[in-house]
Design a protein. Structure first.
Length: 170
């Protein structure tokens, strides 16, 4: 049986949803984001948690280290200085005349989001690329955000931490 819960983009609901799953004594919790995994880990230290992706599992307190995570959480982590630089290098390979890259984030200013932004900005500086941040707090903000990126002549847009894109449309 698969029992699905969704915060529908309201991250403050995550602890309540995680606690509900624990009360239902599920065998496994699968989360889409690191934020959801953090809420689940706070709700249980015994039920296994698999995160489909997190910003920085170590910094978020989900793993002791990448080599030896420990605890009841496993899954994918997406942030590191090497990955930030590699994403930009791949974009430059695809677009050799690339000079201006946008980074789209959901506007949720978590420590992980700030770390990813800082690492991407630093990698862009090292590669001689202008990197600009664009935020969309709700799905409805995306059209305006994309229009702003076009106005600022962004040549490519990287998705950062954007849980609003995974929400079901209204």
């Amino acid at each position: 049986m698969i029992d699905v819960r969704s915060a529908e983009g309201e991250l403050d609901r995550l602890p309540e949803l995680a606690a509900d799953l624990v009360r239902h004594k599920v065998d496994l919790i699968v989360t889409e984001t690191g934020s959801a995994a953090v809420a689940a880990k706070k709700a249980t230290q015994t039920i296994p948690i698999v995160m489909m992706g997190s910003g920085d599992a170590v910094r978020q307190g989900l793993a002791m280290s990448l080599a030896r995570p420990g605890g009841n959480v496993t899954g994918l982590t997406m942030i590191s200085p090497e990955l930030s630089r590699k994403r930009l290098e791949l974009l430059r390979e695809l677009l050799p005349k690339l000079s201006h890259v946008g980074v789209l984030s959901c506007g949720f200013r978590s420590p992980v989001a700030e770390q990813e932004w800082a690492e991407t900005k630093s990698a862009g500086d090292a590669l001689g690329l202008r990197v600009s941040r664009f935020e969309a707090h709700r799905r409805q903000d995306l059209a305006t955000t994309f229009a702003l990126a076009v106005t600022q002549q962004v040549q490519a847009l990287l998705g950062s931490i954007v849980p609003i894109l995974s929400q079901a449309p209204p």
